[in-house]
Design a protein around this ligand. Structure first.
Ligand SMILES: C[S@@+](CC[C@H](N)C(=O)[O-])C[C@H]1O[C@@H](n2cnc3c(N)ncnc32)[C@H](O)[C@@H]1O
Length: 168
């Protein structure tokens, strides 16, 4: 699904943990495009990524990722929704903008590529967004994608979950 040399996108760079993971997966022959709307996130992510020259950061919304990658050119697009830990919780991903970015991401992915989304239904805004996103991702199955959901059950508060959709 993800190989050295691939072009991939971190749609929500945050503190850069996912960016580092993606950078290690694709290696110096690949390319990671990482987006965030918060300067504090980009500072933190840049520090964590260190000197991986194949990672490029964009201080832009993930809704603009199509300005930097063509349709069918990307192996993985990863969204880790919500707010930046330790920063303003009001500065969070929002359902309408996330849906629009997911539509774009689906076009950018090549066959065999994967869309990964982590939703956080444990707080009110996150619950609304997670529900909308889950419905949208589930709908991809009718278009021939393979879709799965992973998450803890039986928790006191709604637990974060991972949605994974592979474009066949
Ligand atoms: C849960 S954090 C991401 C965690 C990150 N992937 C990591 O590994 O540390 C969510 C991030 O999404 C960012 N964000 C919110 N709206 C965004 C948008 N429209 N485009 C890109 N990033 C956005 C927030 O600024 C925040 O840093």
């Amino acid at each position: 699904m993800i190989r050295p040399g691939d072009r991939v996108i971190d749609a929500t760079a945050g503190n850069g943990h996912d960016t580092v993971f993606l950078a290690e997966c694709v290696g110096p022959t690949g390319k990671v495009l990482a987006f965030d709307v918060q300067e504090a996130a980009l500072v933190s992510a840049r520090t964590r990524v260190a000197d991986s020259a194949w990672v490029e950061f964009f201080h832009e919304s993930h809704g603009k990722m199509n300005l930097h990658a063509g349709d069918g050119s990307v192996a993985v697009v990863m969204f880790n929704l919500g707010y930046l830990p330790g920063e303003d919780h009001e500065l969070t991903t929002e359902a309408a903008e996330t849906l629009s970015a997911l539509e774009i991401a689906a076009r950018l992915l090549k066959s065999g590529g994967a869309l990964s989304v982590i939703g956080y239904p444990g707080h009110p805004a996150g619950a609304v967004e997670a529900a909308v996103v889950e419905t949208w991702v589930t709908g991809l199955a009718a278009d021939g994608w393979r879709v799965a959901k992973y998450g803890a059950v039986g928790t006191r508060r709604a637990a974060p979950f991972l949605l994974l959709a592979v474009k066949l």
